[in-house]
Design a protein around this ligand. Structure first.
Ligand code: TMP
Length: 234
């Protein structure tokens, strides 16, 4: 697959066109940002680890009936993906209180939720990705009612599958962010599933194995990503 023009560069990834108009190369960088890019840094080897972690998780989801954009790994830092028309909503699923939920509602981090909580954020860097609800989604015409059903069902299904998957590997899936897109009339799961966009806590020690180590200057960032890779890919 020939890599052609760069069509998008984000904080952690670059997308390139290929000779097939339906397929893109997704390249994973080591760059890390937090707090809407106010904090910047490098996590050495992150791109290589995230490429493999995301490939393994998206493959697991596809094998269990969740359609995704993932096609195949191409190299250490590159995967081939279907070219989605991305829906400008970040879908966050939470199982345990952490991060902005803890701040917003004044709840202690680590409190288990009686049922998963779903949140939507408007993907708009200039606005700092504000939280939105179904009414805002309709008003802004971000997605149709049918599309939102597929997205919500998909997000809860991903949560069930990944909670069990990580639990078997001694990791608690605290929360995570998903993005979806349109592809030939279907809604597919896109983007990545990695410690950049998930909170993953070691089950016994509750040690954080995710980007919170970078956000909060906890140290051992590379080691945490390597541990997730080890548990996911064996
Ligand atoms: P939050 O607690 O900061 O709202 O984050 C919830 C989850 O979503 C957490 O696992 C990190 C992920 N996330 C992203 O992937 N990108 C973002 O821009 C934000 C704010 C959160």
């Amino acid at each position: 697959m020939e890599r052609r023009a760069r069509i998008y560069e984000g904080k952690a990834k670059i997308l390139y066109e290929t000779d097939d108009p339906d397929l893109l190369v997704q390249y994973f960088k080591d760059d890390a940002t937090a707090f809407n890019a106010q904090k910047r840094g490098t996590i050495v080897g992150k791109g290589v680890m995230n490429n493999r972690i995301s490939a393994a998780l998206l493959t697991h989801l596809a094998e269990h009936g969740v359609p995704t954009h993932f096609v195949k790994l191409l190299s250490d830092r590159e995967m081939l993906v279907k070219r989605l028309q991305i829906i400008k909503i970040e879908v966050v699923v939470r199982n345990i209180v952490a991060g902005s939920l803890s701040k917003r509602l004044g709840l202690p981090e680590g409190q288990a939720l009686v049922e998963p909580v779903l949140e939507f954020f408007y993907k708009d860097d200039a606005l700092g990705d504000p939280m939105i609800n179904d009414y805002h989604i309709r008003m802004l015409r971000l997605a149709s009612g049918t599309e939102m059903e597929a997205i919500v069902d998909g997000a809860f299904r991903v949560n069930e599958l990944l909670t069990e998957y990580f639990d078997r590997r001694g990791i608690m899936l605290v929360d995570f962010k998903l993005e979806f897109g349109r592809y030939r009339g279907q809604i597919l799961l896109g983007d990545e599933i990695t410690p950049d966009g998930c909170r993953l806590w070691e089950k016994e020690t509750r040690e954080r194995l995710d980007k919170d180590r970078f956000r909060r200057d906890l140290g051992g960032v590379e080691e945490a990503y390597a541990e997730v890779l080890r548990r996911v890919c064996g």
